[in-house]
Design a protein around this ligand. Structure first.
Ligand SMILES: [Zn+2]
Length: 84
């Protein structure tokens, strides 16, 4: 598993889902804050630029993924389950 560091929070997740090995330009949605990041040429994550966000948000698939993450976060909070 590849650790993923959210560029918005700096929080590290212990894995990525989707591609086992990301490629430059792939988009990541942080499970903690729903922030968008993009893998750079060294496969480090950086915040998406405003232009990239416009392009990313235009994708119906990304909208669905964001809704899933946001709904999961809400349900965890509603059930009193804390992040580890
Ligand atoms: Zn985050």
């Amino acid at each position: 598993m590849i650790p993923a560091k959210c560029p918005e929070w700096g929080r590290v997740s212990d894995c990525l889902t989707g591609r086992t090995i990301p490629k430059p330009g792939d988009v990541s949605i942080c499970i903690y804050c729903s922030g968008l990041s993009v893998f750079d040429h060294t496969l480090n994550q950086r915040p998406a630029t405003e232009q990239e966000k416009k392009e990313i948000y235009a994708s119906p698939k990304i909208h669905l993924y964001l809704k899933v993450v946001q709904e999961a976060r809400k349900r965890l909070k509603d059930q009193g389950i804390q992040d580890e």
